[in-house]
Design a protein around this ligand. Sequence first.
Ligand SMILES: [Zn+2]
Length: 325
Amino acid sequence: MSGMKNRVAVALLATAFFQLPNARAQAPVPQHVLQQQAGGYSVRVGDVKVTSLTDGTVPQNLHQLLRRAKPENIDRLLARNFQSNPVEASINAFLVTMPGHLALVDTGSGQLFGPGNGGRLVESLATQGITPQDITDVLLTHAHSDHAGGLVRDGQRIFPNATVYVGKPEVDFFFNQDNQKKTGYEQAYFDIARLTLTPYLDADKVKTFSGTQEILPGITATVYPGHTPGSAFYRLTNGGENITFVGDIIHVAAVQFPNPEVTIAYDEDQARAASVRKAEFASFARNRTLIAAPHLPFPGIGYVRAAGGNGYDWVPVTYTNREGK
Ligand SMILES: [Zn+2]
């Protein structure tokens, strides 16, 4: 289906269900107005619009996945949040709209989780009037299936005009088979990183970074090894405001905010993943940093607040949906 047809279909739906009969006659919406639409939720950071886009949700069996936590403690913490195992995890990607760039932070899971599980990012982009061809940059927090999976469809690039940014240690690690033997990290992670990144590498559309580097105007990438060897944060600063895209520093709000030492099977280096989480949660709370997280409940944008002991709370951004805000 062409992007144009998609856009027409979405416009028709919007007309049928959401708009007043005279909506077409109204003046164009000024640039500063945020209109919330299904599939997307926008916040403004300085003059830059950041839109959380849902790729869908997937169930997670925490008894199997979490490490350093007893099943009875997991169940107690879930019950406290009116949840039970398995829990539903959001998959969020984030669109950054700024002059000259339409940048996506992560791409969801694409086809990798099978029909009905994730893979809704392109649909969510369409609700914003954006086609994959419009995307100029993809900022990968890391190369796991639910972040890089949406880069390709049937082995082809979905974002033909995009440059993909990824931490150099991520490419170095996953493209060297010796690392699988050395670490015992699951083979599937290596296969997925290569499957999703190779078409962009072949097209010379990958840029890697190390340490801390400004990759786009006002966007700085920093590598935080732990969850994966090249896991990265992207920090956007504009007009004295900022937001940090934190990747998989957290998967399960109900458990890992009160107990940041709890890790998950997906963490390549369990100890390091926990220590990054503890240090960065402390920093986010102290600096009142706005963060955007792929697996916190959609839209996954909010603040980390210090609670009792070593624990933290999650404070989502205040839902806002009116003109001029
Ligand atoms: Zn991950």
